[in-house]
Design a binder for this molecule. Structure first.
Ligand code: CAA
Length: 389
């Protein structure tokens, strides 16, 4: 008999600041409907100078340890595409900040926005092999495009931490998965750039091609029928993309693409992403958090997940919502993480966008801006220095 493995707990964090799209539209003269309706975004999370993928990840993970302890966690898998070091895993800083034991393996994974799904699947494999252990999966990213570029309106930042274990309290992850890889240059970031490069229309086409490819493989592997799913959690670079993706899937499968049917299938999955923006690896799991927090009772219902990472790798898989899941949600904390952000004006956002450490190896302190439990205090001798409050 196969054992039940999946997401036992899920917690997320986002940044200190938020920029409403109205402020961006006022600055660049864009008709606000393009942002609010055309791409489906209302605001974007903007990290403080003393925040990064590590501080957000530690903030997301700490409540999981507070609830479940740390004795069973033997692996941390940190997925990101906004890495802070070419060699050392960002997960090691988090391991230290949240006080995990030394008997832990820690690794960083990268494949654009798909990385967290690879981490989740690898975690399931580890738990299958040793059902006593729990794996901490972290997805943390800051999405950053060049100022005044089309991608700018789709920036954002957040971290999702998930505890993967047997007998999960939230979602049991199922086999099979539908897989798809294609060598495309739709979105990438060379090591020497701090902002991503993207061919916008090419990237949308590549995503839709991956939707088809994963569904084809999922069906061939004997997956569920489309009608069985209560809701679809898509990777959301901007929330309108989930609508485009689902319409494409319905068309591909020969179904009607009625607007209400699509909205019904996406349910509440876009509620957090629309105000946080793109958080790359975390995006699809923010979709899950919003759905579980805000939808009517989903007990026993199968959910579909479509994880897409440019370049590209994608995976379609299913999970079933576990009875009693409502008792394990973090709805209040999730809403607080969003509402506690301070609004910055356009000039303030631009200053934060341009903030960067000098690379001279000297001592450089960051301005104290974040009020969260962890902060990036500065850099000294090319070493990042973190602080716990
Ligand atoms: N009212 C309502 N809608 C309006 C409008 C208005 N006043 N003005 C324009 N629109 C609509 C347009 O009709 C269009 O809708 P459709 O896509 O349904 O046709 C939408 O607003 C966007 O308009 P444009 O295509 O003209 O916008 P753009 O050229 O500025 O680019 C973008 C949009 C390509 C998404 C750009 O923001 C971008 O490059 N983003 C980054 C790349 C990205 O997110 N790609 C997604 C797939 S890749 C991926 O998923 C990985 C990842 O995380 C990056």
């Amino acid at each position: 008999m196969s054992i039940s493995i999946g997401i036992h707990d899920l917690s997320f964090a986002t940044s200190e600041f938020v920029l409403p799209h109205t402020a961006l539209a006022d600055y660049n003269g864009t008709e606000i409907g393009k942002y609010h309706v055309g791409i489906g975004q209302e605001s974007m999370s903007v990290p403080a100078a003393d925040e990064d993928i590590v501080t957000m990840a530690a903030t997301a993970a700490a409540p999981i340890l507070a609830r479940h302890g740390k004795d069973r966690i033997r692996t941390v898998v940190f997925a990101t595409e906004s890495s802070i070091d070419q060699a050392k895993s960002a997960g090691i800083y988090v391991h230290s900040l949240i006080g995990l034991p030394s008997a832990t393996r820690v690794v960083e994974l990268k494949q654009a926005c798909y990385g967290a799904t690879a981490a989740l699947q690898f975690a399931i494999g580890l738990v299958q092999r040793d059902p006593a252990q729990q794996v901490l999966v972290i997805a943390s990213d800051v999405s950053k495009y060049e100022l005044d570029s089309p991608g700018e309106a789709t920036q954002g930042a957040s971290a999702v931490a998930m505890l993967v274990s047997v007998d999960p309290a939230l979602v049991r992850i199922e086999d099979p998965s539908g897989l798809f890889t294609a060598d495309v240059m739709d979105f990438w970031r060379p090591n020497y750039l701090s902002t991503a490069l993207v061919d916008g229309q090419e990237s949308i086409g590549a995503y839709l091609q991956a939707v088809e490819g994963t569904w084809k493989d999922y069906s061939e592997q004997g997956g569920r029928a489309l009608e069985e799913f209560a809701a679809f959690c898509y990777h959301q670079p901007f929330t309108k993309m989930a609508y485009k993706a689902h319409r494409h899937l319905l068309n591909y499968c020969g179904y009607d693409t009625d607007k209400d049917v699509i909205a019904g299938a996406l349910g509440q999955t876009t509620a957090y992403n629309t105000v946080i923006g793109n958080s790359y690896t975390a995006s699809v799991y923010l979709g899950l958090a919003a759905l579980l927090d805000q939808a009517d009772d989903l007990t026993g219902r199968p959910l579909a997940f479509l994880s897409y990472g440019s370049g590209s790798v994608a995976e379609f898989f299913a999970g079933t919502v576990v009875a009693g899941y409502q008792d394990h949600l973090r709805t209040e904390a999730n809403l607080e993480a969003i509402s506690r952000r301070k609004t910055v004006d356009y000039a303030g956002y631009r200053e934060l966008h341009e903030w960067t450490f000098p690379t001279d190896g000297g001592d450089h302190a960051t301005p104290e801006q974040t009020t969260g439990p962890f902060r990036l205090a500065g850099i000294s001798g090319h070493k990042r220095i973190y602080q716990t409050r």
